[in-house]
Design a protein around this ligand. Structure first.
Ligand SMILES: [Zn+2]
Length: 157
């Protein structure tokens, strides 16, 4: 992988390989197939270190704070299958009907998902948009100075 400076932030970005593009395609396929206005407009796909791919869609609700991001659903699907080592994840956004640009574009995970991924997908790489195309960045670099408790009280460390 080629290291480059991520134009969006200070993260160390990696160029994507063919398998990574297949992961993006899986996310795009999931939301293209399951898009429903005000129900699902974000898709996600993750790849485990064992090579399995899990896709998911965002669950939009009338009460916004009850909504669940696609990344969380994908992580839950992997964990339910006994897969706890996540290598890479990507999220994509389907345009709404009123938007002229019909491209399903890669989106960065929201802050809540960055917390979730840092806890449940430690060490994974996240595909994010870059000025010259998508790049992969370590999840830890998307959430610097993450909330944590002292190591002595944190069962995850
Ligand atoms: Zn999110």
């Amino acid at each position: 992988m080629t290291a480059q400076t991520d134009p969006i932030g200070a993260a160390t970005a990696e160029a994507l390989g063919p398998g990574d593009h297949a992961l993006i395609d899986a996310a795009r396929e999931a939301i293209a197939r399951l898009y429903a206005e005000n129900r699902h407009h974000i898709g996600a796909a993750l790849r485990t270190r064992s090579g399995r791919i899990y896709t998911a869609v965002h669950l939009d609700t009338y009460v916004g704070r009850a909504s669940v991001c696609a990344e969380a659903v994908a992580v839950g699907r992997a964990l339910a299958d006994g897969e706890s080592e996540i290598d890479m994840i990507v999220s994509v956004r389907h345009p709404r009907p009123s938007e002229a640009d019909r491209t399903i574009r890669i989106v960065s995970p929201c802050g809540i998902c960055r917390e979730l991924l840092a806890d449940f997908a430690r060490g994974c790489r996240v595909v994010v948009p870059g000025e010259e195309g998508a790049v992969a960045v370590p999840v830890d670099e998307l959430l610097p100075r993450k909330y944590s408790v002292p190591k002595s009280r944190n069962p995850r460390q």
